[in-house]
Design a protein around this ligand. Structure first.
Ligand code: ATP
Ligand code: MG
Length: 271
């Protein structure tokens, strides 16, 4: 297995955070939880970058800081050090209100627990964030039905969560995450509560949205089968990024090796 060290960010098009094409660019992020009786350094200077259109996995043992990374990089939680740019914007320079608005407009979230309101139908659950952010009810309904269509669930719009399978419920949460047409989806163990066949289907849906619509996704997962279907997997251990694996990493390494071999051949031929 090819493993790239965290020191080598590897992707040449990444510049500094403000001038980069990267949708997420984080440098030396530190997060410490202080419970009063103890301090836990959950992130110990993490570098993390994702290009637009990438589907990136984050894997590592329980407690290594995956959820913390997701919460900090999306601005849900504050950090104690380092810098984070999202779409070239410095998260630290946004006010709380700007961060909240930015999150609502540009990001979608999918969690292991579905967080669906049981008394609402699928379409009502999907449209709720739109109504809360002031979108009119007619437009909210149209956009929510469209989002359910994108996840293949429009036939189930009127059903309540209790009438849906686990996979269908997760599709509703994906529709809810998509309803604002975000640039970026954060998913924390989106298949953790599903059997392997359904998990595979949900991953297939995320992959399809990524390929068809160019949606950028960061997926935290324990499932190697899910990791194998990401472009790249960032490996974490004990609050640090320890390396990267995956098809895109291998393709980049092969391209660099091929370019080096070609340059070598040219050099030999010119002698
Ligand atoms: N709110 C909190 N208060 C105190 N400590 C926390 C808090 N949240 C997380 N931690 C600690 O930070 C570390 C990283 O936790 P985190 O939830 O990010 O791990 P994880 O990789 O997502 O684990 P899992 O795979 O089990 O979800 C752990 O040691 C955890 O105990
Ligand atoms: Mg977690």
């Amino acid at each position: 297995m090819f493993l790239r060290g965290s020191k080598d960010k590897g992707i040449p098009s990444f510049g500094d955070g403000a001038n980069t094409n990267a949708i997420i660019y984080a440098s030396q992020v530190v997060k410490t939880y202080d419970t009063g009786t103890s301090k836990v350094q959950a992130l110990k200077g993490v570098d993390f970058a994702v290009q637009r259109g990438e589907l990136v996995g984050v894997m590592g043992p329980s407690g290594c800081g995956k959820t913390t990374l997701l919460n900090c990089l999306s601005g849900l939680d504050g950090v104690d050090g380092g810098q984070i740019w999202l779409e070239g914007k410095d998260l630290a320079k946004m006010s709380d209100k700007e961060r909240t608005t930015y999150r609502a407009r540009r990001m979608g979230f999918i969690f292991q627990v579905y967080n669906l309101l049981p008394v609402l139908s699928a379409v009502e659950n999907v449209e709720l964030p739109l109504l809360v952010s002031g979108v009119g009810s007619k437009e909210a309904r149209t956009r929510s039905i469209a989002a359910l269509e994108r996840v293949g669930l429009d036939q189930w719009a009127k059903h309540r969560p209790a009438e849906l399978s686990g996979g269908q419920r997760q599709r509703v949460t994906i529709a809810r995450a998509l309803v604002n047409n975000p640039a970026l989806i954060w998913a924390d163990e989106p298949t953790g509560a599903l059997d392997s066949k359904t998990a595979n289907e949900i991953m297939g849906l995320l992959r399809e949205l990524n390929e068809r619509e160019g949606l950028t996704c960061v997926i935290v997962t324990h499932d190697p089968g899910i990791g194998d279907r990401c472009d790249r997997v960032v490996r974490m251990r004990d609050g640090s990024v320890v390396g990267e694996t995956g098809p895109r990493v291998i393709a980049e390494a092969e391209a660099i090796a091929a370019a080096a071999a070609a340059a070598q051949r040219e050099l030999v031929a010119s002698r």
